[in-house]
Write a protein that binds this ligand. Structure first.
Ligand SMILES: Nc1ncnc2c1ncn2[C@@H]1O[C@H](COP(=O)(O)OP(=O)(O)O)[C@@H](O)[C@H]1O
Ligand SMILES: CC(C)(COP(=O)(O)O)[C@@H](O)C(=O)NCCC(=O)O
Ligand SMILES: [K+]
Length: 240
């Protein structure tokens, strides 16, 4: 059994895979708690693990997990199943490495655009020869709602909502159209531009806001909330 840990900027996802099948998932907020990880590893008899973290994790925490279970901490030197041509590979988010690994393992010999709508929205393109060059990073949905309150005197922080209109007729409608309408336009517009350059394009949407976005994005996409976890599992298997 493989134990997979994805530490994002908002949430920690912990999953168990039996070969390539996801059999258990738990989501945590706050700090990484070794005890919680150990509990899952023990319950499912996991014999190896991989962790990807976009946040700094104390070395002793990694050592503690590694003392219980054989652990790979994903970084820029880990062996990966694609050609990383990012200009600054050392600063590339390890979550983005996992997303691209997932794309090449699930869709070999395809051009793939992966969109991860989490704390930030990341766009990552990998071509049919498994060459990865990069993509884009923009603020996530929650971050956009929060920032309107944070940087103004009068705007409230709203919960995520969708208003199917171009013209907001109230403060709340105007904010929803600007934030979620804006994100949907951004995503569709990026997809259309990638499609113009790449005739056959597979598009994957993932991240905490995937369900909300999949309903509203116009392009046809594969929605998969576990795409990053599956990518980490494929990197773990690739490194055995
Ligand atoms: N229970 C939740 N707690 C926090 N954010 C959530 C929750 N459910 C959905 N979301 C949405 O998920 C996004 C964060 O996605 P996630 O994939 O967890 O981020 P990250 O991988 O960066 O930690 C936020 O923008 C928020 O709108
Ligand atoms: C862009 C990110 C903050 C996204 O993090 P997330 O939304 O998944 O929490 C993360 O991939 C990151 O820290 N990247 C480093 C910069 C780069 O990828 O070039
Ligand atoms: K992201």
């Amino acid at each position: 059994m493989n134990l997979i840990i994805d530490v994002g900027n908002t949430r920690i996802k912990c999953a168990v895979f039996n070969a390539s099948e996801l059999i258990h998932i738990e989501i945590f907020t706050g700090e990484l708690v070794v005890f919680e990880i150990e509990k899952i590893a023990k319950k499912y008899s996991c014999n190896r693990a991989i962790i990807s973290s976009v946040k700094k994790i104390k070395k002793n925490i990694l050592e503690e997990i590694n003392s219980k279970i054989d652990l790979i901490a994903l970084n820029s030197s880990t062996k990966i199943p694609f050609n990383n041509k990012y200009g600054t590979p050392k600063t590339l988010g390890v979550d983005r490495i996992a997303l691209v690994a997932s794309a090449v393992s699930k869709y070999p010999n395809k051009n793939v655009l992966v969109i991860d709508a989490g704390t930030c929205i990341t766009y990552d393109f990998v071509d049919r020869e498994a060459n990865y060059y990069g993509g884009a990073i923009s603020p996530g949905i929650k971050m956009r709602y929060k920032s309107l309150k944070h940087y103004t005197n009068k705007l409230p922080e709203l919960e995520i909502g969708f208003v199917d209109s171009l013209m907001g007729n109230s403060t709340n409608e105007s904010i929803h159209i600007g934030v979620t309408g804006g994100v949907i336009n951004e995503i569709d517009s990026f997809i259309n531009k990638y499609k113009e350059k790449n005739r056959n394009l597979t598009i994957v949407l993932t991240g905490g806001d995937v369900n909300f976005l999949a309903k509203n994005v116009k392009n046809s996409i594969f929605a998969n909330p576990n795409f990053l976890l599956e990518g980490l599992n494929s990197i773990l298997t690739y490194n055995i």
